[in-house]
Ligand binder design. Structure first.
Ligand SMILES: Cc1cc2nc3c(=O)[nH]c(=O)nc-3n(C[C@H](O)[C@H](O)[C@H](O)COP(=O)(O)OP(=O)(O)OC[C@H]3O[C@@H](n4cnc5c(N)ncnc54)[C@H](O)[C@@H]3O)c2cc1C
Length: 562
């Protein structure tokens, strides 16, 4: 159990309005941040706009929602007791179970007493003279905090599409990222799903099994690999638990994406056709995200990538009986893996059902939504319910909704107008004592997010602890270090095939959003090493300062990242 929070010498009256750290968001990141900061003896207040903890798993309750990193790995590693005692029921746990796990974590570590639910952080203004943030919440309260940690989530700002007539729709309207808490039953209904990304790929087979008719509106076909989900036996769980030290170490230090799997030692073109096909077949049969790590150059070499993409396109053609539908479902606009690869249970086979229609809205765009239909390509598709599986304003969307003003009153939205700029994805120059968890410029959404969350939280905790030992009160990313890091992130991205896709990694799903490749592709192991080296060199690339009285003796490290 974590230590009780102390209030760092502040009186009880002051404590109600003043905290060492304000944390925004109570998903996995915010909860673990609270746990670790308590360990330093700090006073912490966590604000969560939702009605309970869990973040992603609180909001995304759509049919078929589940994780796509295997649960025994998509789980916290910081407490061995926790990972030994929690029984995951399936290879990929469904959303209700992951939400139960989040609640279990909150209770087991007694986190709730410092989490304020149903409260949105609306504004955070940095007071340079006090080295503190003034944080205003939706309940009208303003508190002071020395540090603010944005644990606001990369996929937490549901994107409503701009479709004419949507507001006049008279049937039931849902967004996968804002699903109602009560069960939704589509039995006997004509349902439309707009979008064919990960959430649609998970929900379409489940909705099709209920609905009288399902119409799927597809703009871009996506690659998807079978999940091969199944119940976990006690023996399987025990075998993984026994290997946890090795699995977790590998995921943190060696894996590119934070997932334990074999590291490929050859490229796709190093094998002949038969050998390559048999390797793809075996990964297809195994199922899951590790399909992309059959070879070491699928993200780098277009010819190599084509072999994997062709394999999946052939599989789609084998599964889907109608050749025209199969052709529409075969992705051709981007190399495989350069958009978030999906994993599914019977997605492509669902289009063999007589009650499912696929509509190509790339060649026949949606013109408008009518009270009881969607009009696309001059044809009206009648629907009783409409599901928007249109994704998120990823990585920056939730941060941008908070009015954040740093040094000299500059807002973060002004600074990021041309795209997000951070040093290591952790801080942005001009915004002292403001940390971001899994922010743009870090591996984040390209990884098993819990691995990345734990790494960031540990790093931030150590940095704050290090500063307190030295009576330092402010930390800020150095502008030069930041510029070099942004250039490095870009350079690495452009040495791969990723920028060839119009993906949400690039902000391409949001009209008008600057198109910059946001996550860091260098891999979680390499990235962790960079962050550790920065810390070992006295937080190289960060400027730190003492309270004004001690400023004369302040330590400052402003050497740049190299
Ligand atoms: C459907 C779906 C499936 C996913 N599956 C996987 C997977 O299998 N593997 C994987 O690695 N990742 C997956 N992800 C990514 C997932 O978001 C992360 O794994 C992880 O849950 C993120 O945790 P978090 O705490 O950083 O953010 P979140 O879980 O998004 O939590 C952020 C919280 O901050 C709150 N918040 C935001 N702004 C404010 C504000 N201004 N004031 C107050 N509160 C605020 C939000 O309400 C939210 O509850 C998935 C995402 C989705 C949407």
């Amino acid at each position: 159990m974590s230590a009780s929070p102390s209030v760092s010498g502040k009186s009880d009256a002051a404590a109600a309005e003043s905290y060492d750290v304000a944390v925004v968001g109570a998903g996995f990141a915010g909860m673990y941040m609270l746990y670790k900061l308590r360990g330093l003896g700090l006073s912490v207040r966590v604000y969560e706009q939702g009605g309970d903890v869990g973040g992603t798993w609180y909001w995304n309750r759509y049919p078929g929602a589940r994780c796509d990193v295997e649960s025994m790995q998509y789980s916290f590693s910081f407490s061995d007791e926790l990972q030994q005692e929690w029984d995951w029921s399936e290879r990929y746990a469904p959303q209700p179970e992951i939400l139960r796990y989040a609640n279990h974590v909150a209770d087991r570590f007694d986190l709730r007493r410092d989490i304020q639910l149903d409260t949105t952080v609306e504004r955070a203004i940095f007071d340079e003279s006090a080295n503190a943030w003034s944080v205003t919440t939706s309940d009208g309260n303003t508190v002071s905090a020395n540090y603010v940690v944005l644990a606001t989530g990369c996929l937490s700002n549901a994107r409503m599409p701009d479709i004419e007539g949507l507001q006049d729709f008279k049937g039931k309207l849902y967004h996968t990222g804002h699903w109602p808490h009560e069960p939704v039953d589509f039995s006997g209904q004509r349902v439309g799903v707009i979008g064919t990304g990960s959430s649609a790929i998970q929900s379409v087979p489940v909705i099709a099994a209920q609905a009288s008719h399902l119409t799927v509106f597809q703009r871009t076909a996506n690659f998807s690999i079978p999940a091969r989900n199944a119940a976990l036996t006690p023996e399987e769980r025990e075998a993984i638990r026994a290997k946890y030290p090795e699995i977790r170490r590998f995921a943190r230090e060696q894996a590119r994406n934070g997932i334990y799997t074999e590291l490929p030692d050859r490229g796709a073109l190093d094998d002949g056709d038969n050998e390559r096909r048999s390797k793809y077949e075996s990964r297809w049969a195994r199922g899951g995200l590790t399909f992309m790590s059959v070879y070491n150059n699928l993200a780098l070499d277009k010819a190599a990538n084509d072999t994997a993409a062709d394999f999946v396109r052939d599989k789609i053609a084998e599964i889907v009986r109608d050749p025209d539908t199969a052709k529409l479902l075969q992705p051709t606009t981007h190399p495989i893996g350069t958009k978030r690869i999906c994993i599914d249970t019977d997605y492509f086979a669902t289009f063999n059902r007589p009650n499912v229609t696929l509509v190509d809205i790339k060649s026949h765009p949606i013109e408008r939504v009518l009270p009881h239909a969607v009009r696309a390509g001059g044809r009206d598709y009648e629907v009783d319910a409409l599901v928007l599986a249109t994704g998120f304003d990823a990585m920056t969307g939730s941060v941008a909704r908070i009015d954040i003003a740093g040094r000299n009153g500059q807002t973060l939205n002004q600074k990021w107008a041309e795209g997000p700029k951070t040093y290591l994805g952790l801080m942005s120059a001009g915004f002292p004592n403001l940390f971001i968890i899994t922010g743009p410029g870090s591996p984040s959404v390209l990884s098993n997010m819990i691995v990345s969350i734990e790494q960031h939280v540990d790093w931030i905790t150590e940095a704050i602890g290090w500063m307190r030992e030295r009576d330092l009160v402010a930390i800020e990313a150095d502008k030069d270090a930041e510029d070099k890091w942004v250039a490095h992130v870009n350079e690495v991205a452009h040495s791969t095939l990723y920028p060839q896709a119009n993906s949400w990694y690039m902000g391409a799903n949001i009209p008008g959003k600057p198109q910059i490749f946001m996550p860091y592709i260098g891999g979680v192991g390499a990235y962790r090493q960079i962050c550790n080296d920065v810390a070992a060199k006295g937080y190289e690339g960060f400027a730190m300062s003492a309270a004004p009285a001690r400023r004369a003796a302040a330590l400052s490290w402003v050497s740049s990242f190299s």
